[in-house]
Design a protein around this ligand. Sequence first.
Ligand code: NAD
Ligand code: MN
Length: 359
Amino acid sequence: MQTYRIAAIPADGIGPEVIAAGLQALEALERRGGGFRLDVTQFDWGSDYYRKHSVMMPADGTEQLKGFDAIFFGAVGAPDVPDHVTLWGLRLPICQGFDQYANVRPTKLLPGIVSPLAGVKPGDLDWVIVRENSEGEYSGHGGRAHRGLPEEVATEVAIFTRVGVTRIMRYAFRLAQSRPRKLLTVVTKSNAQRFGLVMWDEIAAEVSVEFPDVTWDKMLVDAMTVRMTLKPQSLDTIVATNLHADILSDLAGALAGSLGVAPTANIDPERRFPSMFEPIHGSAFDITGKGIANPVATFWTAAQMLEHLGQPQAARRLMHAVETVTGGGVMTPDVGGTATTKEVTDAVCEAIRGSNIVP
Ligand code: NAD
Ligand code: MN
């Protein structure tokens, strides 16, 4: 039997609540007899670790993660620790250290969930946003001079490389090609950002030649928010820079009902290192400890993890269970239900146990 080594990093806020729910669903899948086993190791890194050690993870943190098949990540963020510390101290070193350059963010309106967009039904909104995850606006280059003085200057440099843009473009075209509609929208702000993003447009055109069966178009990011809101049916696969896709995917999550249902996978397509799977949302300290965090985003990213590990049947079984449960109205308050995290999780595990068809 195939055994996969999983590193679980629940971290902060509702992270531990949703990761516990996700692990419970994965265990139900294992028991259901998928022909695989998960060997899970828990890491206590995050803001609590920071309060004790002044770092979010040990210096050899990424080294410790190297031998795992995948990383299952909760969220970072605490009221008393600066956001740039939690982000740059844990999540980004993993993404960048393992060159997880493709951040894949599916959005779909699930059965039973009502979109804030009037008249939009399941099927009308079914997108995958591919986010460039290794460079661009989050490459970490910049600086501040004359700190605190009236003449203070700060730079935040976005870096785009031919290698970096070409590989994410190829990934996005290939993904678009694998989906039924074979449709890709390339997002930039190349009217205003004339260097990196004009190169982005040029490379999109070059790579498109390798994928003659993919229909593609270009959008400016501001106009894209309008298209997502007014014509959701016109979109399928979307590729955008680190910053733009970060913003668009929060919007996508909200249009699909809640950030609580939006998953993401940080993938190293070359499989040199472990990839990382996490809900898009943050630590949500406004609802931490209340038992009402929506675990659906975490179930969905667990399905992405199973798919990546080579267990597509278990991934489909998990998503089928989730859709059965949301369709049956068992949902947390963020998507209009009254159920707790535990009730949704128990219902999903029950649906996994009861499912005898593989969709
Ligand atoms: P957030 O995603 O934590 O929460 C935004 C809103 O959505 C809140 O009202 C929250 O209650 C709700 N929400 C989020 N996830 C939910 C879920 N699973 N179920 C129900 N409701 C949910 O974003 P924020 O409030 O801007 O940030 C809180 C902290 O999280 C900050 O410190 C921020 O830096 C951090 N953050 C971390 C990540 C990450 O770890 N990847 C991502 C975003 C924000
Ligand atoms: Mn974000």
